[in-house]
Design a protein around this ligand. Structure first.
Ligand code: ZN
Length: 304
């Protein structure tokens, strides 16, 4: 379904998917994955370059600055020192303030290696990737500086976390900041104007049911808009399950201190749930088990 000059590399929920593009002078890598699994990123990139007659990697681009998209930037730069790195210009302020709560890095118990960039990409501009013209489209909401790529001729949308087959990347509760949810609503409207036959999302497989996905995502957003507590639960559960994906396991006895020390859990519990640290930790584990993402094994909680 894709051209030979475009390669989709599906990862998982801890690491965002990659897209690679082959051009005459070299290849481009879009998004780099979560830092703990840099070996997988590097292997998949190497395999793709190999399949492309060992064309050099000359450019790295990020859609936004969450840990699952930028985590291996530095590792890829070390492996390919001549590759330049471009970030959305709308993310530069946040990158300069590295690890502020809005980046949801240490604030949400996530990790990423700091990196340097050479240039920026502007929403509203065009990029040539894989021999095709791609519009850089601003998609604020889940991340206020995020961008996606759209190739009109191909009818392909690379949607990052702005749209998945069954949802989209979290937005924060309106009581914390009302702007992201309103921005995400506008983002869905902007995307709805595009003629899309294939979506390459930031997580999950490629899909063709663009209008169905937009409808599901919009319905979900409006359910969130009507209920801030629903958003708050979604964020803390999502962040805890996400942390467990890279931690693998944690002693249950350490969890009350953990939720007290991790910013997103401490602040959201104080603002929305108002439970003791023990009760909040217990609830998080229970919810993760109910969702089939975590299991309790003796005195430990484990991923999977
Ligand atoms: Zn994201």
């Amino acid at each position: 379904m894709l051209l030979e000059s475009i390669s989709f590399i599906e990862r998982d929920w801890l690491s965002a998917n990659h897209v690679m593009f082959r051009d005459v002078n070299g290849a481009t890598l879009l998004d780099t994955g979560y830092v703990k699994f840099a070996d997988v990123t590097l292997r998949r990139v190497r395999e793709t370059l190999h399949a492309w007659d060992n064309v050099p990697l000359t450019r790295i681009i990020n859609t936004h600055i969450h840990s699952d998209h930028i985590g291996c930037n530095a590792a890829v730069q070390r492996a390919y020192p001549s590759a330049t790195l471009a970030v959305p210009s709308s993310e530069v302020e946040m990158l300069n303030a590295w690890d502020s709560p809005d980046q949801m890095l240490s604030y949400a118990d996530q990790q990423a290696e700091p990196f340097t960039w050479n240039s920026t990409i502007e929403a509203g501009s065009q990029l040539t990737l894989g021999g095709e013209r791609w519009d850089v489209v601003a998609t604020p909401g889940h991340d206020m500086g995020s961008v996606v790529l759209y190739a009109k001729r191909l009818r392909v949308l690379i949607s990052a976390d702005a749209l998945w087959q069954h949802g989209f990347g979290f937005v924060v509760p309106q009581a914390i900041d009302p702007k992201p949810l309103a921005a995400q609503r506008e983002t869905f409207k902007r995307l709805a104007e595009l003629d899309v036959g294939l979506v390459i999302p930031g997580h999950g497989g490629m899909f063709t049911d663009f209008s169905g996905a937009l409808k599901r995502a919009s319905d979900k957003l409006e359910a969130f808009a009507a209920d801030d507590m629903k958003i708050a639960r979604n964020v803390v559960k999502g962040m805890f399950i996400y942390s467990m994906m890279w931690r693998d396991e944690m002693p249950l006895a350490e969890l009350p201190a953990y939720v007290h020390n991790v910013g997103v859990h401490r602040d959201y519990n104080a603002a929305f749930f108002r439970m003791s640290d023990e009760a909040f930790a217990h609830w998080l584990v229970e919810e993760g088990v109910k969702a089939g993402k975590l299991r309790v094994d003796g005195d430990r909680v484990r991923n999977g």
